[in-house]
Design a protein. Structure first.
Lengths: 96, 493
């Protein structure tokens, strides 16, 4: 599959990465090359093959009691915030 | 006194216990080597104060006769591991100034066993790369150079700083991680030993996530025994990682010896690894490795892994898909870089445009695309089915053999910039290593010879899940048979 610049613009929007108009063409070319290369997977017959959903298929999934084991660490959580006010992260205004 | 940085970890542990030298003296020797080795750009941050403080504590314990398994051993840490209060940025601009308030389980295990932290090591941004050239901090440089050449070579990636630092004696050993070959390929390029253990052997908690179903931590060291000593400390069950396996950790160092017999062991040679265009010297090295193991009593058996060629394309669906999801968290709100915008989404988009490098953007976009509506079945689901087939190939092979012997990389280290214009060519570096991640198996890279140009070349041994001990034993035999002098001339001083 080859992707056009419009598709790149759409994926970039989904991925929340600003892409300039000049970047669109080279990116479309690079992504198309990669996608065309992965298409060799179509040669493989995967009829009746289950997808691998866990690397540790033989191991039972671990579970723990649904109880609070952590907390009271507001300062730790906010320690690296680019912008904070009191105990809150600050973001640009969302609702007018 | 001899140069303490020449000692292996096993030798340094003995010397410290005998009080031939102190942990402080050992650390000072490494701090001097690091200062003299900055041209290699292996470290992105040096932590001398912390190192000396940890060494003092080690000296006190050694004096009291209370030494822990790694007491006083100076270690470099890949920038992907969270280290409390210390620069942790996965060598990305988007994590500017991030200093975690917690410690990764693997590094905590090392410090609890007495190891000493020297600093944080260079790497490809978010571990995405095979040459260390995608680092925000510039490439690390391979201490090895071609005969009669001063051209700078890459140390491999993504754990390029780890491999360069170990090879140049800027640390006794290093932590690294491997998602598609990021421990084994740089180890191969620098004449060091690197093991990617079985998925689940080391906790992923506190390691910046790239592709969660593939990421595994492991050591890079100068000898097979040193790698075994480090892995014994790094590994272990961790409740904070649900994929961490609750299995006992053996004393790997006891298995890392050529004194363990290979008689009765069957070593598989997967015929599909004889890829088109493989340099003759790699093929020769591979045959030599098989001959060594046969001389020492192993039976060499040809096996087939028919889906080998599909591992790399399947990986380039699975890994970017998981990465696009894992990297969604870098939004300029909670940590790291923030670039303002007209509104909230504008802020996200500007932050991620400026914070991510070209390769990371490429992979996030590929991942977003293959997971987007209408394409999931064609790409992601297909790749996961192929992954099942790759795993079955190995299961079948391991019915016949105890381990597999393959080349580690399709070439020796290449010059800086040689592959940066062609992402696909760069991806092919992982052709022999990526299958192992797709199947969740352990793999070790061990130096086995030199190229015609005088650069280190390595072989890879692949084993059954949680059978790292066999890998260490076979690797110890390869190391012993090869008998290489892996000390590069110190041109950087």
């Amino acid at each position: 599959m080859s992707v056009d610049t419009e598709t790149v613009r759409r994926i970039a929007r989904l991925a929340r990465i600003r892409i300039s108009d000049e970047e669109l063409k080279p990116l479309a070319r690079e992504l198309s090359a990669i996608l065309q290369w992965v298409e060799q997977l179509n040669e493989v017959d995967t009829e009746n093959v289950p997808p691998m959903t866990s690397v540790e298929e033989d191991m039972p999934m671990k579970k723990r009691k649904d109880i609070v084991t952590d907390g009271d660490c507001v300062e730790d959580i906010l320690a690296n915030a680019p912008a904070r006010e009191g105990n809150f992260f600050v973001v640009p205004k969302v609702v007018e | 006194m001899t140069d303490l940085t020449r000692l292996t970890i096993a030798e340094a542990l003995k010397g410290l216990k005998r009080r031939d030298f102190t942990a402080t003296e050992l650390v000072e020797a490494y701090l001097d080597a690091m200062a003299a080795g900055r041209a290699l750009n292996a470290y992105v941050v040096e932590t001398p104060d912390k190192a000396l403080e940890m060494a003092r504590e080690s000296d006190e314990r050694l004096a009291r006769g209370e030494a822990r398994p790694l007491e006083g051993i100076p270690i470099g840490v890949k920038d992907l591991f969270a280290t409390r209060g210390v620069h942790t940025q996965a060598c990305s601009h988007i994590l500017d100034d991030f200093k975690p308030t917690y410690e990764s389980t693997v590094t905590a295990n090392l410090w609890n066993d007495g190891a000493v932290m020297l600093g944080k090591l260079n790497m490809d941004e978010f571990a995405m790369g095979s040459s260390n050239e995608t680092s925000y901090y510039g490439p690390a440089i391979n201490p090895w150079r071609r005969k009669d050449s001063e051209e700078k070579l890459v140390p491999g990636g993504s754990s390029g700083g780890s491999a360069a630092a170990v090879a140049a004696r800027l640390c006794a050993g290093a932590t690294a991680t491997d998602t598609g070959g990021s421990i084994r390929q740089p180890a191969a390029f620098t004449g060091t030993v690197g093991i990617k253990p079985t998925y689940g052997r080391c906790s992923r908690w506190g390691i910046v996530a790239f592709a969660s179903s593939l990421d595994q931590a492991g050591p890079i060291a100068r000898t097979v025994k040193d790698a075994a000593i480090l892995l014994t400390s790094m590994a272990g069950h961790d409740e904070k990682d649900t994929t961490s396996a609750n299995v006992p950790v053996p004393d790997f160092a006891a298995a890392a010896t050529q004194e363990r017999d290979l008689k009765g062991m069957r070593i598989g040679i997967p015929k599909e690894y004889r890829v088109e265009g493989m340099p003759e010297e790699i093929d020769r090295l591979w045959q030599q490795g098989a001959a060594w193991l046969a001389e020492r009593g192993a039976e060499i058996v040809e096996v087939s892994l028919p889906h080998t060629k599909y591992a790399l394309p399947a990986y380039y669906i699975v890994a970017p898909a998981e990465a696009s999801s894992n990297l969604a968290r870098y939004d300029g709100v909670r940590y790291g870089l923030r670039v303002e915008g007209d509104d909230l989404i504008g802020m996200y988009e500007n932050t991620r445009a400026e914070g991510f490098g070209a390769e990371v953007k490429r992979r996030v976009l590929i991942g977003t695309y293959v997971l987007s509506a209408g394409y999931y079945d064609a790409y992601y689901l297909k790749a996961q089915k192929v992954r099942t087939l790759i795993r079955r190939d190995f299961e079948k092979a391991f019915e016949q053999v105890d381990a597999l012997l393959t080349p580690a990389t399709p070439s020796a280290a290449f010059p800086l910039g040689a592959m940066t214009d062609d992402p696909l060519q760069m991806y092919l570096n992982d052709i022999f290593t990526v299958t192992v991640n797709m199947a969740g198996l352990p793999g070790i890279s061990v130096p086995a010879g030199f190229s015609a140009e005088g650069l280190p070349l390595a072989l890879q041994i692949i084993g059954r899940p949680f059978d790292e001990e066999t890998l260490f034993t076979v690797a110890a035999h390869v190391e012993d048979a090869a008998g290489l002098d892996l000390d590069p001339p110190q041109w950087w001083k």
